[in-house]
Structure formats: structure tokens, C-alpha cells
Write a protein that binds this ligand. Structure first.
Ligand SMILES: *C/C=C(C)/C=C/C=C(C)/C=C/C1=C(C)CCCC1(C)C
Length: 239
């Protein structure tokens, strides 16, 4: 299947690749330009937001091309993007809770479990044989890493730090990131299960072109949305 610009109106996945690329690029410019309008202690957080969306923009440029040329999921580009941006999101979590005493060891645990999640997800997708066993096995293994992060931000170390801090900003920031992890990040496994042999593929007949549709929507929410929340907190704290 070869796609071109004319097929965009009927191709939701292709459309979200285009708009995702522009949105990531615009966000990166915005977060970078705004870093001087917030207090010094928040500037690094905005720089990290700019890096996350900037790295994503470059990958979207290539993923969009790949998808348009082949009609296939750009799995390798996708996971290279995530293996860079997800640890940076862990840094973002760490920076918000650092004032409350977050340690480097907490940062490394978040990085370790989220990397575990991505490596398992990559094996699940890149080495897919169309069987449900393969998809489910690696999906479940990936979910272990995901659940660690959910646990850490809702009732584990990160949540405890926020509770112990006297700062409303930290509490609000951690609560916001906890919602992103619980709801925003949960969109990814939905996309994953659309692959051949995946649960949604088998149960509802959702086809593998939906994998990237869900990933593109989730990326916009989690990379841009989360960056905007951090930006809001930074601005209100800088007044
Ligand atoms: C900017 C990119 C982000 C925040 C990517 C997050 C990716 C996930 C939370 C992926 C999770 C997965 C599962 C929980 C199970 C199935 C395999 C994955 C890797 C899609």
C-alpha cells in the first residue's frame, strides 16, 4: 500500500503523523522560548520539556515519511524515540519531586522499570509472529514495568515525597503526573493490543494500522500535555 498526501483525509493514522509532527515541533520551540520567563529553578524543567518534544519532532519527521512510503508501522523509529524521551520524562518527575527530597536512586529505579517496559514492548512488536501468545507474553512483561511506575507515583516513593513536602506546587505537580501515568500512559497498551494477534485485534478486529493511531494520540497527550502542566506550575510559582 502506497500512500500520498491525497490519502490523508481517509487515513487517520497518516493524519495524526502529520499533525503530531507539527505539534511536537511547535511545542519544542514554545517550551524553549519560555524558559526565560520562569524562575531559575524551573528553567531546567522547561528545557527538558523542550528536549522531549524536540526529540519527538525529529522522530515524527522520519516516522511520517516511513509510514507514507510503506504504509507500515515505523516500530524501530518509535522505540528509539521512546527510549530517549521516556527516561527524560522520568527526569521530569524527579525534578518536580527533588525539592521534596527525591534521590538519584529513585530516578534510576524509574528509568530502569520504564526501560524494561520499552524493551519488552519492542520485542513484542518487532519480533511479532502474529500469534496471541507472543503478543500477550511480552505485553504482560512490559506491564510489570508500567505498574511499578504507576505504583511509585500513586502510593509509592514519589507519592510519599509529595505528601511529606509542605509545598502545594509539589503536591499538585505529582498529582498531575500521576494522572498522566495512569490515564495517558494507559493509551499505549491499547495501541499495542491492535497488532496482529493482539487482544483487541482478535476480539474486536482492530487492525494494526491503529497501533500508531493510538501511539500518536498518546504521545501528544503525554509529551505536550505534560509539558504544559509543568509550564503552568512553573509560571504560577514564578509570580
Ligand atoms: C513519550 C512516550 C511515552 C510516554 C511512552 C510511553 C509508553 C508506554 C507507557 C508503553 C507501555 C506498554 C505497555 C504498558 C504494555 C504493552 C507494551 C507497551 C510498551 C506499549
Amino acid at each position: 500500500m502506497f500512500l500520498n498526501a491525497l490519502s490523508i483525509p481517509t487515513d487517520a493514522t497518516g493524519f495524526t503523523f502529520f499533525i503530531g509532527y507539527m505539534a511536537m515541533l511547535a511545542s519544542a520551540v514554545f517550551f524553549f522560548a519560555e524558559r526565560n520567563s520562569v524562575d531559575k529553578k524551573w528553567q531546567l524543567s522547561l528545557t527538558v520539556s523542550a528536549l522531549i518534544t524536540g526529540i519527538a519532532a525529529v522522530h515524527y519527521y522520519y516516522m511520517r515519511d516511513y509510514y507514507m512510503a510503506t504504509g507500515e508501522n515505523p516500530t524501530a523509529y518509535r522505540y528509539v524515540d521512546w527510549i530517549l524521551t521516556v527516561p527524560l520524562m522520568c527526569v521530569e518527575f524527579y525534578l518536580i519531586t527533588k525539592v521534596a527530597g527525591a534521590t538519584k536512586s529513585l530516578l534510576w529505579k524509574l528509568v530502569f522499570f520504564s526501560t524494561w517496559m520499552l524493551v519488552c514492548g519492542y520485542i513484542g512488536e518487532a519480533y511479532a509472529d502474529g500469534s496471541t501468545t507472543h503478543s500477550v507474553t511480552w505485553g504482560v512483561l512490559a506491564t510489570i514495568g508500567y505498574l511499578y511506575v504507576v505504583h511509585a507515583v500513586w502510593m509509592g516513593e514519589v507519592a510519599a515525597l509529595a505528601e511529606a513536602s509542605k509545598s502545594d506546587t509539589v503536591k499538585r505537580g505529582v498529582r498531575a503526573l500521576a494522572w498522566f501515568v495512569l490515564v495517558g500512559w494507559a493509551i499505549y497498551p491499547i495501541g499495542y493490543m491492535c497488532m496482529d494477534g493482539g487482544w483487541l485485534n482478535v476480539a474486536l478486529g482492530w487492525t494494526s494500522d491503529k497501533v500508531d493511531l493510538f501511539y500518536n494520540i498518546a504521545d501528544a497527550i503525554n509529551k505536550i500535555g505534560f509539558g504544559l502542566v509543568v509550564y503552568n506550575i512553573a509560571v504560577s510559582e514564578s509570580k
